[in-house]
Design a protein around this ligand. Structure first.
Ligand code: SF4
Length: 461
């Protein structure tokens, strides 16, 4: 339990740590982060060509449409009221599927995970949901126990769409609440009465969706400890299986609509950490386990089991239990990941169509991992997921003597040790309870690509 984090004696110390460590830094959903991808993609081998033809595969589909723009949004999205636009988009996605599966082992590899993200996947009509599902099931081999998940917006969800997702085999849903306070909702341009959240969770439970996740955001304008405690309580009352508590990433130079949020009071780093530690204590008191960074789950959830057994993974969707499978991203802006590389599709809808019409994969940027990148990726993901780094185990795994090979990086951890954020001896590094709030800063010690460019990332706190 982290209720001690709310004790009056520790709060000044946390405030001082927030001031010290709040700096731009990656979220490490990939290593290197996506801002290191380049347009020089000619040296990339075909997707997944270095993976066994029987190895499991994950699929990610990006549905980029939304009916209105939330001003905090950091996603690739197109605002439209016209749902027929998705018919043309699905035509293109089907062409992309065909390009990937023609003469390829991808169509026979067991797909163990499918995720629809956005944008708003429930922008799709029930007929469009079925059409995409039919195409995917024809083109790929879906494992019977596959995890099939979708991100939903309760404001535009109805029973017919829930039924369509369920009939297509979706077994996990996550939906965004962000904040329940009406003033905060006005400031972020996302009006969502809590009755819509209650209705959404009831529809999903009635349909038999086996796992439900609720997303919240801290660091939004006008949030106060009191108002955010009410939001957390409302979210807990829904009894989701998982809760995600995202840190608002203010990057207006990349997302100009976020400038609107500067008109209201945006919490500073100290205030954000205060909101977060309060929320952690409240969520843990309600019986949820803190998985890491921004994820919480009920004690019997498979994320908790993966965390306990040291098999937790991190990818572009956050934490995952499906270890080691290559991820094929389809749709605009989606990112694919295999053992050797990352590649990202074009973000523009017209370019996406043009390239597919020409019979070429719509990949725009990518990154070929060096052996050194792979070693550092392992170390960073180990810290992000398991909060622990065993030098002997990873020296054997990576073929280098970690204390010697990474002596300079380990020396950089001294200030974290002095601040009580991690402990270190000759055999391992262990991140402390307080250190979990600064995990991005700790992981950055092993990032050889880190740039001092202040505009590349959101702040770590
Ligand atoms: S619904 Fe989601 S993806 Fe769409 S604008 Fe709002 S935050 Fe962005």
């Amino acid at each position: 339990m982290n209720t001690h984090l709310r004790s009056p004696s520790i709060r000044p110390q946390l405030a001082a740590l927030a001031r010290k460590y709040s700096r731009p830094g990656p979220r490490y959903t990939s290593y290197p982060p996506a801002n290191h991808f380049s347009n020089d993609i000619h040296n990339l081998r075909p997707f997944s060509s270095n993976t066994k033809p029987t190895a499991p595969l994950s699929l990610y589909f990006h549905i980029p449409f939304c009916k209105s723009l939330c001003w905090y949004c950091g996603c690739h999205t197109f605002i439209t009221q016209n749902s027929t636009i998705a018919d043309k988009y699905l035509d293109d996605v089907h062409k992309e599927i065909a390009l990937h599966t023609q003469d390829s082992a991808l169509k026979t590899r067991p797909v163990i995970q499918i995720h629809l993200g956005g944008g708003t996947p429930n922008f799709l009509t029930p007929a469009q949901i079925h059409r995409l599902n039919d195409r995917v099931r024809t083109a790929f081999t879906i494992a019977t126990d596959a995890e099939i998940s979708v991100e939903l917006d309760p404001r535009t969800l109805d029973v017919d769409k829930v039924s369509a997702f369920k009939a297509c085999g979706f077994n996990r849903a996550s939906f965004g609440i962000q904040d329940c306070n009406p003033d905060v909702q006005k400031a972020i341009h996302r009006i969502q009465p809590h009755a819509q959240n209650i209705a959404a969770i009831e529809m999903l439970r009635t349909a038999g969706m086996s796992s439900l996740n609720v997303d919240l955001i801290y660091g939004l304008p006008l949030q106060t400890p009191e108002s955010f405690a009410e939001t957390i309580a409302s979210a807990i009352a829904l009894q989701p299986d998982r809760l995600t508590l995202f840190s608002y990433a203010h990057v207006p130079w990349m997302k100009p609509s976020q400038k609107q949020l500067e008109k209201s009071a945006l919490p500073d780093a100290e205030a954000k950490l205060d909101l977060f530690t309060q929320a952690v204590a409240q969520i843990e008191s309600a019986g949820y386990c803190y998985i890491g960074m921004d994820h919480f789950a009920r004690v019997d959830d498979e994320l908790v089991k993966a965390r306990t057994s040291g098999t937790l993974q991190r990818n572009f969707q956050g934490y995952s239990t499906r270890a080691g499978s290559d991820i094929l991203g389809l749709g605009v802006s989606s990112i694919s990941q295999d053992q050797d590389s990352y590649r990202q599709n074009v973000k523009d809808l017209k370019c996406y169509t043009t390239q597919l019409d020409a019979g070429t994969l719509p990949v725009e940027r990518g990154y070929a991992l060096s052996d050194e990148d792979k070693r550092r990726r392992t170390l960073i993901m180990e810290l992000m997921c398991n909060l622990h780094l065993d030098f002997r185990i990873h020296s054997n795994r990576l073929g280098v003597n970690i204390p010697e090979y990474y002596a300079a990086e380990i020396a950089q951890l001294k200030s974290f040790v002095e601040d009580g954020l991690l402990t270190q001896n000759d055999h391992c590094i262990q991140i402390t309870d307080t250190g979990r709030f600064f995990i991005r800063n700790i992981a950055m010690a092993f990032d050889s690509h880190l740039r001092t460019n202040e505009q590349a990332h959101s702040k770590t706190v």
